[in-house]
Design a protein around this ligand. Sequence first.
Ligand code: 5GP
Ligand code: ZN
Length: 135
Amino acid sequence: MGTIRDIWRVNLKDCIFCNLEQSRVERENNFALSFKDLYPVTEGHSLFIPKRHVQSFFDLEKNEKEAIFELLEIEREALMEKDNLITGFNIGINDGSDAGQTVMHCHVHLIPRRKGDMDDPRGGVRGVIPEKQSY
Ligand code: 5GP
Ligand code: ZN
């Protein structure tokens, strides 16, 4: 069974995303791929990564950012077609361990949201500091 490291040899041998099983990959283009989050926040939560190992979003080349955004748009369309309860999305990057990053291979979270999936969603990503979510 192949991993993404086999097809992109500059990657790191101890990075779980560089060593993702190829069979877990859901979408792929030249410079990026996506796969389902192992511990989804909501049903359909996916991660989008560059094939090259970089830690930060700000280390990405333009073509890698474009590749990630292309897959994000494709996945959003597919999710909305499949599940008409989806009424919104959180698109997020934890950049740096102090910002919550736990896997040090840059990744974008796409988290589908459905009306009523929490009591008061107002503020969304402001919830990174929970007491500041609501304003
Ligand atoms: P971070 O906290 O770095 O922004 O997000 C890491 C994400 O990776 C988490 O949402 C977590 O659920 C997910 N994750 C951790 N380990 C694995 C794994 O082995 N496979 C997959 N698909 N997702 C993982
Ligand atoms: Zn990596």
